[in-house]
Design a protein around this ligand. Structure first.
Ligand code: HBI
Length: 348
């Protein structure tokens, strides 16, 4: 049951789109019969998709924390779950990827077990409450990316930590980098690009910036604050072009101001042999092996970033690729999800 905020394959669903795609394709490759229920216009290579029409759901991060739970007229989310109710007896398990109130509320009304993969940290009290109620009813049926994401909820102890993955065959190892470092992500305040630019300004190491400019004023302000920093904006690239560029980097800088639930860009860098310098905060702090495949830095410390940049060439790039292969391949992800599902089906 995909996210109702937008059609799969359009990027509107953010990070969870990649998770739905990877899990569906990997579980099917292993012989599981499945279909993905998603908003009209969704597409998933090699996987049966049941497209559901209606008005898509507002993205929760665009709303203030105390708004009431809302469904638009002819709600895609409601229509998705009406379909699930009708076909539930054809399936052993229903897996929800929507970060929305309705699926959690409906869980006890279904005869087929429903399990929930939560794709962000805590967002609103109303969602926290219904997720907690669901977690209390069925403690083994809440999955998350990371422990630090789970700890934003009161039920962190019962969460299954599933981490994430990428299709490693799309990423090539690069042994000898160029002289620049990279920053990758939505250009918006919670990603604190200004810290990476400040560190480049001090070290004079060229910084290449990749990603969508989500907040134009914020981007202009950074350029005004650091007129002489050695930075270059490279635009928003697709995976194939991105991994070619990213592989050339001496390091990836991750400077999140908020708790990243995971941080897919970290495993994309590792897959190319690029060590990661990240604030010790949220998902990236559970990915980077400090001193081995990158450095974890005191959060919001620019001197910490500078020291890490000055020492990054001492790390082994092949160790970065090896970590990606051991933990973040589609096979490793499939193993984690299948063992989670087995536990649920054996207990239900
Ligand atoms: N908002 N209402 C709502 N429902 C979702 O499933 C949702 C969202 N915002 C973001 C989101 N999902 C995903 O992009 C997360 O993986 C970030």
């Amino acid at each position: 049951m995909s996210t109702p905020v937008g059609a799969l394959g359009t990027g509107q669903g953010g990070g969870v789109e990649l998770t739905v795609q990877n899990i569906a394709q990997e579980l099917q490759r292993r012989g599981n019969q499945l279909e993905v229920v998603a908003p009209f216009g969704s597409f998933l290579k090699g996987v049966r998709v049941k497209e559901i029409a209606g008005n898509t759901q507002i993205a929760v991060q665009t709303q203030s924390k105390d708004v009431p739970i809302m469904l638009p007229k002819n709600s895609t989310l409601a229509n998705m779950w009406e379909y699930a109710r009708q076909v539930q007896n054809q399936y052993d398990l229903i897996v929800n990827f929507a970060f929305d109130w309705l699926p959690f509320y409906l869980t006890p009304f279904f005869s087929t077990p429903i399990t929930h993969f939560i794709s962000m940290g805590s967002m609103t009290p109303a969602l926290d409450e219904i997720m907690e109620r669901s977690a209390k009813l069925h403690p083994d049926r809440i999955g998350v990316y990371t422990k630090s994401q789970a700890e934003t909820f009161a039920f962190s102890e019962i969460c299954e930590i599933l981490s994430s993955a990428i299709d490693l065959s799309l990423y090539n190892f690069c042994a000898i980098p160029g002289d620049s470092i990279a920053w990758l992500g939505r250009i918006a305040p919670e990603k604190a690009l200004e810290d990476a630019v400040a560190a480049a300004n001090i070290t004079k190491v060229p910084l290449k910036i990749y990603g969508k400019i989500q907040d134009q004023d914020y981007w202009q302000q950074i350029q005004q604050d650091f007129p002489h920093a050695p930075i270059e904006y490279m635009g928003f690239l697709n995976t194939e072009d991105l991994q070619k560029e990213l592989g050339q980097a001496r390091a990836l800088l991750m400077t999140p101001r908020w708790i990243e639930a995971f941080g897919n860009v970290a495993i994309e860098a590792l897959a190319c042999g690029v060590p990661v310098i990240a604030y010790r905060r949220g998902g990236p702090s559970e990915i980077v092996r400090d001193g081995k495949t990158g450095f974890l830095v005191e959060p919001d410390s620019i001197p910490g970033l500078v020291t890490a940049i000055e020492n990054i060439d001492s790390l082994s790039r092949i160790a970065c690729r090896q970590q990606a292969e051991a933990k973040y391949s589609l096979t490793a992800l499939g193993d984690r999800f299948e063992s989670w599902f087995d536990k649920i089906l054996n207990n239900s």
